[in-house]
Design a protein around this ligand. Sequence first.
Ligand code: THU
Length: 162
Amino acid sequence: MASKKKIEIILDEYTGIDELSIEDQLLVREAMRASANAYSRYSNFSVGAALKLDTGEIITANNRENASYPVSLCAEHAAIAYAGGNYPGSVIISIAICARKGEEFTYVPVSPCGKCRQVISEEEDRSGKKIRIILYGRSVIYISEGIENLLPLHFSSSDLLH
Ligand code: THU
């Protein structure tokens, strides 16, 4: 007979940006700034992502949409691809993500899409280090220490060995 397996996810919850450490606040503000340059003419949902690398460098990007909708690129994916291309071997320490619908930042934290979760997971797998993931919303901010909380039972390189 099957037994139930319960998987717990743990997020730190904050109710405002002022509650975050100075370092995290800075990263969120960089993501906010990046969202202003999103190319989001089809959805009007402007996402900003900011990565902090172990070199201290901060990389920002935003979503890039396309008239052929599936061709669009998410902000997180764009930022991670840029970091990989321009700072080879660097390790992503943390990532902040925010989104605005028109001028207003979303009330609830923006939740990375499944594909972006997989992309973040690959970065952790590559570096062997957990990434601090900061999801900004005006009413609440979630912080996850690692992708496992957002992508339980994730598929990674070790699955290819079995
Ligand atoms: N989007 C992101 O940039 N990141 C996510 O994780 C969720 C969705 C973008 C894709 C599209 O341009 C717009 O948000 C609406 O889905």
